[in-house]
Design a binder for this molecule. Structure first.
Ligand SMILES: Cc1cc2nc3c(=O)[nH]c(=O)nc-3n(C[C@H](O)[C@H](O)[C@H](O)COP(=O)(O)OP(=O)(O)OC[C@H]3O[C@@H](n4cnc5c(N)ncnc54)[C@H](O)[C@@H]3O)c2cc1C
Length: 393
């Protein structure tokens, strides 16, 4: 039997590859980097909690002992008519493939946003943000330009809020290192919608807001960013925020590879799949995670890691059913809730329908980390990444 090709080693791709390999099916994974990045914890990496490189796992280590061959290459196109992936370094023929190439920042055509903001989306972008903030603090210590100490976060969703929580704890520490009064730092979170964390109920949003405001974060909700220049953010209200660092977390769209491949995509570039996660264009392709468009109750499923892992595993199971001549099963998403960290030990959200906040939510958030590492590689992985856990269990 030909090897199954898995494009992308993110949350969806890794779970698809592991599921297939565990059932004795040879897999080739093509990924732009030789590692799996722990994307859901990138706010910690960018916000100075642990060294950035701690937030990656080498693919060779992840697939140790399994028949998974890793190719490091950047895919440009899924040439589904010729059943091959076209990469920068080579082409990868397949009989059947799982595509999990994730998403990229969405800039909504806001003038200057792409050019003058830093996205928080990859390990490298987390490293850039972290260095940039430290550089601004060092420069302030020399030139006294106080706007260098302002960080504007565009987007009050999960990523923006979790990053604000990290910054509120990290900036005072950098201040001490560079002898800068911590009261000089300003963190402003700008959200176009009327409130932050739209996926949470209103009372939990208020809790998150209050908690972060106590830590020094300012909010501008219902304020759309209309233009960005070097170190300046212009709001629809007419207000201008001068900032040494502008981080954009306000939205994602699917990888451009799918549209470039001529697959049927929605307005956010997500390739349309049927209820089994098979591409509507080609039954040799399963498309999973942030780059797939699947509706439930008339709405597209949100781009989350918890759904990406489920989709990856489900696509692998369906693919094996096809190989065995069996019918495929419909994908039924299980949404276990949303937990947002507010710094290293506190949080807000709900887990399996139970609303939680404060330290308890912080503990739950830590437990979701342990759970993910266990799923990835058992106790071996939990121990390997021990340093990343605030809660040592
Ligand atoms: C800071 C942050 C916090 C988050 N927190 C949460 C959370 O708490 N809970 C939650 O459920 N979700 C969270 N998310 C969202 C979650 O991370 C994504 O939904 C999830 O990563 C999607 O998984 P995926 O496999 O579809 O894509 P990804 O995990 O992005 O994986 C895509 C993979 O494809 C590779 N790739 C991309 N393009 C190419 C190419 N052209 N060629 C080769 N390889 C390529 C990438 O290197 C990557 O390995 C968070 C996101 C961020 C940024």
């Amino acid at each position: 039997m030909d090897r199954i090709l898995v494009a992308g080693a993110g949350y969806a791709g890794v779970f698809a590859a592991k599921e297939l390999a565990r059932h004795g099916i040879g897999v080739t994974v093509v990924n732009a980097k030789p590692y799996h990045q722990l994307t859901t914890w990138l706010h910690e990496a960018a916000g100075g909690r642990h060294p950035v490189d701690d937030y990656k796992i080498d693919l060779a280590d992840l697939f140790y002992g399994l028949d998974v061959q890793v190719e490091v290459d950047e895919i440009h196109r899924v040439d589904w008519k010729q059943t091959r992936l076209v990469g920068r370094l080579g082409t990868y023929p397949y009989e059947r493939a799982v595509i999990g190439l994730g998403s990229a920042p969405e800039y909504f055509s806001i003038t200057g946003l792409y050019e003058h903001s830093l996205p928080l989306k990859s390990l490298e972008s987390a490293r850039v943000i972290r260095r940039h903030i430290e550089t601004q603090v060092r420069r302030y210590a020399k030139d006294g330009n106080v706007s260098r100490l302002t960080v504007v976060i565009g987007g009050g969703g999960l990523t923006g809020i979790e990053f604000a929580g990290e910054l509120a704890e990290w900036l005072p520490k950098i201040g001490r290192t560079y002898h800068v009064d911590q009261r000089q730092f300003v963190i402003v979170c700008v959200e176009a919608m009327p409130d932050i964390l739209p996926m949470l109920p209103p009372n939990q949003r208020s809790l998150a807001r209050r908690e972060l405001e106590r830590a020094g974060v300012q909010f501008k909700a219902g304020s759309a960013i209309v233009r960005v220049e070097d170190q300046a953010v212009y709001l629809a209200s007419g207000e201008t925020l001068c900032a040494g660092t502008i981080v954009w977390t306000g939205g994602v769209r699917a990888t451009p590879v799918l549209q470039a491949s001529g697959l049927t995509c929605d307005h956010k570039g997500r390739a349309r799949v049927d209820g089994t996660l098979q591409s509507v264009d080609d039954d040799r392709l399963w498309i999973v995670g942030d780059c797939a468009r699947l509706d439930r109750a008339g709405k597209p499923l949100p781009p989350t890691a918890q759904l990406a892992t489920q989709m990856g595993r489900h696509a692998a199971i369906n693919l094996m059913r096809v190989l065995n001549g069996e019918g495929q099963e419909l994908f039924v998403p299980k949404i276990y809730g949303t937990l947002a960290s507010l710094g290293h030990s506190r949080g807000v959200g709900d887990l399996a329908g139970v609303r939680t906040s404060g330290r308890l939510a912080g503990v739950f958030k830590e437990l979701t980390k342990v759970r993910y590492l266990l799923q990835l590689g058992g106790m071996r992985m939990v121990n390997r990444k021990r340093r990343l856990r605030t809660l040592q269990v």
